[in-house]
Design a protein around this ligand. Sequence first.
Ligand SMILES: Nc1ncnc2c1ncn2[C@@H]1O[C@H](COP(=O)(O)OP(=O)(O)OP(=O)(O)O)[C@@H](O)[C@H]1O
Ligand SMILES: [Mg+2]
Length: 217
Amino acid sequence: MIELVDVKKDYGKGDYCTHALQGITLKIEKGEYVAIVGTSGSGKSTLLHIMGGMDQLTSGVYRYNDEVVSDYSLAKLQDFRKRNISFVFQNFALMNKYTVYENVEMPLLARKEKGRKKIVMDCLERVGIENLKNKLPTQLSGGQQQRCAIARALAADTPIILADEPTGALDNKTSTEIMSCFSEIHKAGHTVIIITHDMSVASKCQRIVRIEDGKII
Ligand SMILES: Nc1ncnc2c1ncn2[C@@H]1O[C@H](COP(=O)(O)OP(=O)(O)OP(=O)(O)O)[C@@H](O)[C@H]1O
Ligand SMILES: [Mg+2]
């Protein structure tokens, strides 16, 4: 599904250049459940941004099914991202002025989807927060906010879910619960890729990819 060939990503130029990715070759099959681990600054988020179509590569090839994503302009990348990828972040990135229900409904509104209520409630039930639908994110615990973010990713119904340190702000028990949510999503057929530096989180995934200094080791 995802194929990266000798992918490099530099930030800045000349003396200020950082070689964040230094030749990443990686294949991820449809339906895989993958953890990407590495120390701080090793390039994990950069790799996730590249796979998620949030940024262009400096060199190399990114193939997604039959598409050569690395040839895309920023506008085409945006379209690719909408069609294929949902993100879950460490800080949840919810809209605090909107209720849990409205946050999850957002990707459906963007697609002008019909029958939204049933889909939203189904997504909330899958992560176990249907009883919190009328609360604002600020009224929820960290674990509940992350469940809401995962429900929103489910509502977007993209083949791939990318998560950058989704348990980074949570205690151990809550992390385990959130990882069970991801396992369920994986079992339902999504390709799930999780960045973490927590080996107990990574060990829940099927495969661990380790990155150091912008290279897979
Ligand atoms: N927008 C940017 N501009 C310049 N340098 C950047 C930028 N983003 C990341 N970098 C640099 O690229 C390298 C890889 O950063 P990245 O954020 O991918 O690391 P990471 O593995 O996600 O780290 P962490 O675990 O701390 O989140 C680092 O040296 C970082 O300073
Ligand atoms: Mg990071």
